[in-house]
Design a protein around this ligand. Structure first.
Ligand SMILES: O=C(O)CCC(=O)C(=O)O
Ligand SMILES: [Fe+2]
Length: 434
């Protein structure tokens, strides 16, 4: 794997294969190959030069093969990312600060970062992947029985989810906070609160183990982000006490074996996710595309749907599968908190020639959190002095809005509406963190 090495960020350690080196995440030149072509009018030479800092030692010498897995029929650049290594603990050391800054810079430049899985995480992902394959192989009726009328956890059939008015082909098992019927918030009929309808222990145990680990990773990333932004420690992590973290375990059918409910070749339409970060793992098939931050591309998904944004444009970046890494993209709440200094990463999924499995863990604020934009940090660059930016956002309302929008026909949405649960979101106890 070839990476552009920049002489920056002294302590942003990168592991490439077995070698560790110093650099930040970066993009390689584009690549042409089967099923790929250059976007019209794109000048590779210029692109390479603009991605290198003036003092970069040399331009890349060969074109990567990572783009070979890109789903057919898509035009996109290939994102070749360096791989960060996260420390076991964040202490606020000089090294942590440098790493935090490098992460923030990479998100601002690329919209995505990639970090190495530990040996333990490789095992957790392998077990979750095996459980996912096992689950999705089950007969339809068995999978379809995994629903709950109070939570959005459970099975979503291919063609059931809607993004920007078009059915997605992803088949999903969603995991939300698993709360039994006696739990006070479930008894009080809080929207989206209820049990997770696990099919069996073989699915539950590995997924819970993996999620717990990713939860700790998410907290570490938040602490590093605080350091990178130069805001008070706790400015972000105060929102994730009892965070409304959730997971989407995903399977995508091959492009020639769909049920015809969606659009040819489209797995999930262009969208942004809702919270702080999405930490994701994918198998070796390939299908994920992202957009880099663009000054002129303005969106705020919590106000007006960003779904469908530039879906058919040519300037997407394909995120090739790399063994042993997690990727991290940003969500709506990170954009809101930083007043657009960090923006949510628009992304979409294409269908490949083979079925594809992926795992997306969403590190989120508490359902009850009312978020306010961060103060200070980044030399005053986090600016949006509008009243709108100062009002605060109730994360639970944003989450509920998004799930009602994605699953208009699901039993959970119907019950929420029939029982007028939505109005509870205004109550003070749903807006006060414990
Ligand atoms: O399949 C992927 O890699 C990403 C899935 C995704 O965007 C989502 O579940 O929201
Ligand atoms: Fe997503």
């Amino acid at each position: 794997m070839m990476t552009l090495n920049r002489p920056v960020a002294p302590l942003a350690r990168l592991a490439i294969g077995s070698r560790a080196m110093l650099s930040t995440a970066s993009y390689s030149p584009l690549e042409s190959g089967p099923g790929m072509s250059m976007p019209p009018g794109f000048d590779t030479k210029k692109a390479q030069l603009t991605r290198l800092s003036p003092s970069s030692p040399k331009a890349p010498s060969r074109v990567s093969s990572l783009g070979k897995t890109m789903p057919p029929g898509f035009k996109a650049h290939v994102a070749e990312l360096g791989t960060f290594v996260l420390p076991d603990r964040v202490t606020g050391s000089v090294g942590d600060r440098a790493l935090g800054k490098a992460l923030v810079d990479a998100w601002r430049r690329d919209g995505i970062i990639q970090f190495a899985m530990s040996e333990h995480q490789r095992k957790l992902w392998a077990d979750a992947y095996a459980a996912s394959r096992r689950f999705f192989k089950k007969p339809h009726a068995e999978k379809a029985a995994c629903v709950d009328s109070q939570s959005y956890a459970g099975y979503i059939a291919s063609g059931e989810e809607v993004t920007d008015g078009i059915a997605d082909y992803s088949e999903i098992f969603t995991i939300t906070k698993d709360l039994d019927m006696a739990e006070p918030r479930v008894r009080a009929k809080w929207p989206c609160h209820g049990p997770c309808p696990w099919p069996d222990i073989e699915m539950k145990e590995p997924m819970e183990r993996y999620n717990e680990n990713l939860g700790a990773e998410g907290e570490k990333l938040l602490q590093l982000t605080e350091l990178g932004l130069g805001v008070e420690p706790g400015s972000l992590t105060k929102y994730t006490r009892d965070g409304w973290h959730h997971t989407r375990v995903l399977r995508f059918p091959p492009r020639n074996a769909t049920n015809g409910k969606g659009k040819e070749g489209r797995g999930i339409g262009s969208h942004t996710d809702y919270g702080l970060f999405v930490i994701a793992a994918q198998d070796d098939v390939g299908g994920l595309f992202i957009r880099r931050p663009h000054e002129e591309e303005k969106f705020a998904n919590w106000e007006k749907s960003a779904a469908g944004l530039k879906e058919d444009a040519d300037d997407w970046y394909y995120v090739p599968p790399v063994d042993g890494v997690h990727t991290v993209i940003l969500g709506d709440m990170m954009q809101y908190l930083t007043r657009n200094y960090l923006t949510a990463t628009p992304h979409k999924v294409g269908l490949n020639t083979k079925e594809r499995f992926a795992y997306a863990y969403f590190h989120e604020p508490s359902f009850q959190a009312v978020l306010k934009p961060l103060e200070g940090g980044c030399g005053g660059m986090m600016q949006d002095k509008s009243e709108r930016a100062a009002n605060g956002i109730h994360y639970g309302t944003h989450f509920t809005n998004m799930f009602m929008r994605n699953y208009p026909d699901r039993i959970t949405t119907k019950r929420l509406v029939a029982e007028d649960r939505y109005r509870l979101l205004e109550q003070p106890e749903l807006r006060t963190m414990n």
